[in-house]
Design a protein around this ligand. Structure first.
Ligand code: ADP
Length: 423
């Protein structure tokens, strides 16, 4: 079936988050990991391509985004969505604005919107400032992120150095007036030469109004939530038929493993809660890994009963992360941990694990690559923005969930398995 909306996500958990919210509509959503090597066949109405370009050099991020765009064009898409994190995770140079501008140039689009709001998960934008719960972004735990510490809350200020075009704002007062006022505001900004428009949103209702106003832009950009209203809008207008099948959910053995490389505040709470409940857990120490590799972790895993869902984690406090980074360098500390968790994933699968929980965006990228997973069917949601996905790895059917750092509540790990049992 021709693809109605072609989506590009800057990391793996972001892609599953987006795919999960689109799949709430019941419309089939297909998620491809990395730029597909085959020509588009058997395409879904919503195609999401997961890249791993959040912290790549700008030129590499742009090149990959353009390849993904070409594939989605070939799949028949005429509208596109660039998905990044709801906490606007980016480096001072990019890649949110840089990639958006590159995609715009290729599509001949002279304006786009930026709306990372995700009210259900506590991300809201007011007067161009992003809030995480009640805290401005720069006062939230995101200020201590290992790879993309966010030290400013103002989206226009964050975006400006990442683009060559002008940056503007449509604030909540205009958004609340409805789609035609939003369209007028976009047109006015356009006449002033403003290409990059941050749009306020504090509630799901705002997202619906914005999506309605922007649904036919060649390119929309944002977190996952701004795309959520699109399937219903496309169905209502006949752009999309309502009879697309739901994903089929396989029954899988309850052999489980949890791999956590996220150091986000919520993941720290989830890991602590899981351990406090008496579940088996093994802590990875980056310095130890740098010396001896993954041996100890794999040995520990080989002794575990996978029906007890053992946890392997590098999750640590900001102080502990900083200490490891000072010894090893930021990139090397991250890479060492990612490699170890990727090794654990492959090992656990070979030991029979069929339900795998992964915490952390970069971590998920490393794990899915190690498992050789290239395409996922989107299944039931565990927490807002975190669905189970079904895929095949080395000939085995597995369920995989890729949790972005701050998503889910304290009980996420047990919630995840309960979701599969509930079926
Ligand atoms: P999140 O979704 O929370 O941002 P990510 O997996 O994207 O999580 O990013 C966390 C990064 O921190 C990864 O590169 C991971 O390898 C690295 N990391 C994990 N644990 C540690 C640690 N103890 N010390 C240093 N870096 C770590």
């Amino acid at each position: 079936m021709t693809t109605v909306l072609g989506c590009i996500a800057d990391d793996f958990t972001g892609a599953t988050d987006l795919a999960g919210l689109l799949a709430r509509s019941g419309v089939k959503v297909s998620l491809r990991i990395g730029i597909p090597t085959e020509a588009p066949t058997d395409t879904a109405p919503f195609e999401v391509i997961a890249l791993k370009i959040r912290t790549e050099p700008v030129s590499e991020a742009n090149a990959q985004a353009l390849k993904a765009l070409d594939w989605l064009k070939q799949a028949g898409a005429e509208r596109f969505f660039w998905k990044y994190c709801s906490t606007f995770d980016s480096t001072p140079k990019g890649n949110i604005g840089t990639v958006a501008e590159t995609l715009m140039a290729s599509l001949g689009a002279d304006q786009t919107i930026y709306c990372p709001a995700f009210p259900e998960n506590g991300r809201s934008i007011f007067m161009g400032n992003l809030f995480v719960g009640r805290l401005p972004l720069a006062e939230s735990p995101m200020k201590d992120h290992p790879l993309t510490p966010m030290r400013d809350s103002n989206l226009m200020r964050l975006l400006a150095p990442q683009v060559t075009g002008e940056v503007g704002l449509i604030d909540r007062l205009t958004v609340a007036k409805g789609p035609s006022e939003i369209k007028q505001a976009l047109a006015k900004l356009h006449s002033e030469g403003i290409a990059h428009v941050v749009v306020d949103a504090v509630a799901d209702q705002d997202l619906t109004l914005i999506a309605e106003a922007c649904r036919d832009l060649k390119l929309m950009t944002g977190g996952s939530a701004i795309a959520m209203p699109l399937p219903a809008l496309y169905i209502a207008s006949g752009t999309l038929a309502a009879d697309a099948p739901r994903a089929t959910i396989p029954t899988l053995e309850a052999n489980r493993v949890i791999l956590s490389g996220s150091c986000s505040a919520m993941t720290n709470a989830q890991v602590a809660h899981y351990i406090a409940q008496g579940h088996p857990a093994f802590r990875l120490d980056p310095l130890e890994l740098a010396e001896n590799g993954s041996k100890a972790a794999l040995h520990w895993l080989s002794q575990q009963d996978l029906t007890k869902a053992p946890l392997v984690y590098a999750t640590a406090t900001p102080e502990s992360v900083r200490a490891a980074q000072e010894h090893l360098g930021i990139a090397k500390a991250g890479a060492i941990v990612e490699t170890a968790l990727a090794d654990c994933a492959r090992f656990a699968r070979d030991q029979g694990a069929r339900q795998i929980v992964v915490a952390g965006g970069e971590t998920s990228g490393a794990v899915t690559q190690a498992l050789g997973v290239s395409r996922l069917e989107i299944g039931p949601e565990i927490a807002p923005g975190v669905p189970w996905c079904f895929c095949s790895s080395n000939g085995a059917e597995i369920a995989l969930t890729l949790k972005s750092g701050n998503f889910g509540t304290e009980t996420f790990f047990t919630d995840a398995f309960a979701k599969l049992e509930a079926r």
